[in-house]
Design a protein around this ligand. Structure first.
Ligand code: 5AD
Ligand code: SF4
Length: 439
């Protein structure tokens, strides 16, 4: 028997890339690969890249520069670049860094086994197509390894919204939803492998409209179908666009027992002038009204959001409107980014905000967000939550898991096992987690 080859995947960016990396690893098990955590051990290194912000491609090139000596020391090592930088840069990657053997875009990774065979043969392999066949279906029937209790499941990809700052519609292509039966099949398979919580993923997940028995399913209808699966206990979804939050989905937050009270709902800015220039097609007020409806349906729901500061032509008054919106909403989590010019997007051509000004705004927004997150966490102290136990903690008798609100909870003196869902009383709020005692 030949020794297994070792695969090291470094994942950048979003949760969809985490899902894609897992699928890529599975697709290469048939070629005799097992995962390793160290690049030095690997026979194949894949960088699964993200193109959404700041100098993404340059970061990949410098990482490749760092990996090159490994290949000099071990000429059989194969190096590949996957994901959105691969899609955007294509053959340019191999031209700039000849140590790269393989470049695969996010829609083609089901073809990795064939590509791997080519590079083993000493050739280069490049595939950045948007193929007709469905990559997800080509990944079925892989070995049924036991899985951690919380898993991602991609149900929708791509985006038709064309926000003026964003590369996703270009790198991931038009919006596509996976058929309902396929999603349910994959969910059942995950549950058989030990999964109890599934996060449905999509760049625009609430625009989901997969073909199902008797017609198209909305995301709400899909969630209700998943709710029927025995053994699946928790459902989440991310990322949502405010304009696709329909009444059924809001009602599901009230009525669907397995849908968790947490929602990531990016608004990007609190200024209508900027929202218009961003091509967001909602206003600050319509967003606030929506938040009100969602909270009326599920009062304890924890909201999270994304914000961009320093978008072209953003004034101090525009920025202040964003801070005001954050104050008005009260986010449990929020992610803020300095605007980063993405070549080829409409906003790239517009007058840019001074970099020092944008840095200063970023610091101010982050200070506000940190304060707000902290106050939501403090508000959890004394409350009873349910915790899905994910792993042992650092101390003897400590287990770590996630509450229904997605807070990390450290449980002391717990005899729970990984995969259990236990009740806990929150005893303290730490910087990035909560402490809880079993009840
Ligand atoms: N610059 C800064 N942030 C961006 N995002 C997307 N594109 C850009 C960009 N060009 C942010 C948005 C989005 C999140 C995933 O990344 O806030 O919601
Ligand atoms: Fe990008 Fe906007 Fe689509 Fe989100 S909705 S992926 S920010 S274009």
């Amino acid at each position: 028997m030949t020794a297994p080859k070792k695969l090291f995947i470094k994942t950048y960016g979003c949760q969809m890339n985490v899902y894609d990396s897992e699928r890529m690893a599975e697709s290469l098990t048939g070629q005799g690969y097992v995962a390793t955590d160290t690049a030095e051990d690997a026979d194949m290194i894949l960088l699964n890249t993200c193109h959404i912000r700041e100098k993404a491609a340059e970061k990949v090139y410098s990482e490749l520069g760092r990996l090159k000596p490994l290949k000099t020391a071990k000429p059989d090592l194969k190096i590949g670049v996957a994901g959105c930088v691969a899609q955007a840069e294509g053959a340019e990657i191999m031209r700039r860094q000849p140590a790269v053997d393989l470049v695969v875009g996010p829609q083609s990774y089901h073809r990795l086994p064939q590509m791997e065979a080519r590079v083993r043969d000493g050739q280069k392999a490049l595939d950045t197509d948007f193929p007709e066949e469905d990559k997800f279906e080509h990944l079925q029937g892989r070995p049924k390894a036991r899985r951690a209790p919380a898993a991602f499941l991609t149900v929708q990809e791509g985006c038709d919204k064309f926000c003026a700052f964003c590369v996703v519609p270009y790198t991931r292509g038009a919006e596509v939803s996976r058929p309902v039966e396929r999603v349910l099949g994959e969910a059942r398979d995950l549950v058989e492998r030990g999964v109890r919580e599934i996060t449905l993923l999509g760049q625009n997940v609430n625009a989901y409209h997969g073909a199902g028995p008797g017609g198209d399913y909305s995301l709400a209808r899909l969630i209700w179908a998943l709710n029927e699966i025995d053994g699946l206990e928790r459902i989440r979804f991310t990322t949502s666009h405010p304009n696709d939050m329909d009444d059924d989905l809001i009602a599901a937050h009230r009525d669907c027992p397995k849908l968790m009270p947490y929602l990531h709902l990016p608004v990007q800015s609190g200024s209508d002038r900027i929202l218009k220039r961003m091509n967001r097609s909602h206003t600050a007020e319509s967003y606030l009204r929506l938040v009100e409806c969602i909270r009326a349906a599920r009062p304890d729901l924890v909201l999270s959001g994304d914000f961009i500061v320093g978008f072209p032509e953003e004034t101090e008054a525009d920025f202040q409107a964003t801070l005001d919106l954050i104050e008005a909403v009260g986010y449990g989590y929020a992610y803020s980014f300095k605007y980063s010019t993405r070549p080829g997007t409409p906003a790239a051509e517009r007058p840019q905000v001074d970099a020092a000004e944008a840095d200063e705004r970023l610091q101010r927004i982050q200070a506000l967000i940190t304060r707000q997150q902290r106050s939501v966490q403090d508000g959890m102290v004394g409350r009873e939550v349910s915790v899905l136990v994910e792993k042992p903690g650092r101390h003897e008798g400590q287990m770590v898991g996630k509450s229904e609100y997605l807070h990390a909870v450290h449980l002391d003196g717990s005899n729970a096992a990984v995969g259990d869902i236990v009740s806990a009383r929150i005893t303290a709020a730490k910087a990035n987690s909560l402490a809880g005692a079993p009840v």
